[in-house]
Design a protein around this ligand. Structure first.
Ligand code: CIR
Length: 252
């Protein structure tokens, strides 16, 4: 896992799909925040490729939703909101030839933000974006790689990784009340600080640091006191459009 595929912030990012807690993001500020994110990945040692943004796809910066690495295969997804379906083509073009590809097909839907791979297992969120057929198709690819899949129904958030954030090889930060934590078998669970509900996001980097949102300092302190080396960054405009730190890259 030494490469990172990113996609530029689109000129139309202010028209991104926005949920109840969101607001229209500022495109110029988002670009600066995205550049910082990219720099942190490069500083950590990733070989970073950045695909151009596309004005037809306001949400294209959230490239995580378009492909999921399952073992040695990249599963090209079928995003669960119609305006995002065509985002997958640029991702597929970038990954073809680098690893075998598989595809989610209708009536399956799957957003990469619902897929969490840790400790040789996959947890997949059943959400407004990811349906049973998509989960079955993901499970088929995972079975081919002897990877077990656990389905996690999620409540009140967009994706599994809106609410369950890996901060280490077997540690996650969970937003209380969003998932049945007994399904997170084998993982150490920390809880997002109630003062910072839905403001924490994280991405563990290969140099041992954990990128965290600077909007959740109490939760970051919890991760730090649990042994994590946290690196806070400002991604206010990404959070505004319901994104987080995992969603801006495909790490493979
Ligand atoms: C959407 O609603 O699809 C985007 N505005 C946010 C997607 C965030 N994706 C992610 O966290 N994996």
């Amino acid at each position: 896992m030494t490469r990172a595929l990113l996609r530029e912030v689109s000129d139309t990012f202010d028209q991104a799909v926005i949920g109840q807690r969101g607001r229209s993001p500022d495109v110029a500020v988002a670009r600066r925040q995205h550049a910082t994110y990219r720099n942190e990945l490069e500083r950590a040692g990733y070989d970073v490729t950045v695909l151009p943004g596309d004005t037809r796809h306001p949400d294209c910066v959230f490239i995580e939703d378009t492909a999921v690495v399952v073992g040695t295969t990249a599963l090209i997804t079928l995003p669960g909101v119609s305006t995002r379906i065509d985002e997958v083509h640029a991702t597929e073009e970038a990954l073809v030839g680098q690893m075998p590809l598989a595809h989610v097909s209708p009536p399956g839907t799957l957003d990469g933000g619902d897929v969490m791979a840790l400790e040789g297992r996959i947890w997949v969120g059943r959400s407004e974006r990811t349906n049973e057929v998509g989960i079955a198709q993901l499970s088929g690819v995972a079975n081919d790689h002897d990877i077990a899949v656990t389905v996690v129904p999620i409540t009140g958030v967009l994706h599994l990784k809106s609410a369950v954030l890996p901060v280490g090889p077997e540690t996650v930060v969970v937003t209380p009340g969003t998932v049945d934590e007994s399904l997170l078998v084998g993982l150490e669970v920390l809880h997002e600080d109630p003062r910072e509900r839905h403001r924490f996001s994280a991405l563990p980097l290969m140099d041992g640091r954990v990128l965290v949102t600077d909007a959740a300092p109490f939760t970051a302190e919890l991760v730090s006191s649990n042994g994590g080396v946290v690196e806070p960054i400002d991604v206010s405009e990404i959070l505004a459009a319901d994104g987080g730190l995992t969603c801006m890259s495909i790490i493979y």
